[in-house]
Design a protein around this ligand. Structure first.
Ligand SMILES: [Zn+2]
Length: 137
């Protein structure tokens, strides 16, 4: 596809990459630990994938969710697949906290406060990278 940013770029700091997909860490000041699972080949919707591939993608999303829970200790995980801006299949895995900038709204809403304890959350990122890499070995 022409001009697809997820075909042309990694879309974040690549933590895991295999033949089918990659897991990237997003550099978002308000959301340390925000990961995306990106299907490598250009596909627009889940139903564009073969059933086995859908399953592989969801298994990867769940592995990332588990790692983010273990390391980031969020109050909630948000899983989202929108793709309105970039119609290339990817899942957002977002650790959410009662004191984050948008809670209980989606992170794409207008922020309601400054996120708290960002330093502490950012300090967990090296461990998150390690756990993700070992999860996918
Ligand atoms: Zn693409």
């Amino acid at each position: 596809m022409m001009n697809c940013e997820l075909c042309e770029q990694d879309g974040g700091e690549v933590i895991v990459k295999n033949q089918q997909l990659r897991v990237v860490l997003i550099d978002d000041a308000n959301y340390p630990g925000f990961c995306r699972v990106i299907w490598n080949a250009h596909a627009k919707e889940m139903t564009d994938l073969a059933i086995a591939d859908r399953s592989a993608l969801m298994q990867a999303v769940c592995k990332v969710e588990q790692a983010v829970r273990e390391v980031m200790h969020p109050d909630k995980i948000n899983l989202a697949s929108l793709g309105n801006m970039v119609p290339h299949l990817h899942w957002h895995v977002i650790p959410r906290y009662l004191d984050d900038a948008h809670f209980p709204q989606p992170i794409w809403a207008a922020s309601t406060r400054a996120s708290e304890q960002l330093e502490q959350k950012r300090a967990r990122l090296p461990q998150l990278r390690d756990v993700l890499q070992s999860t996918f070995k």
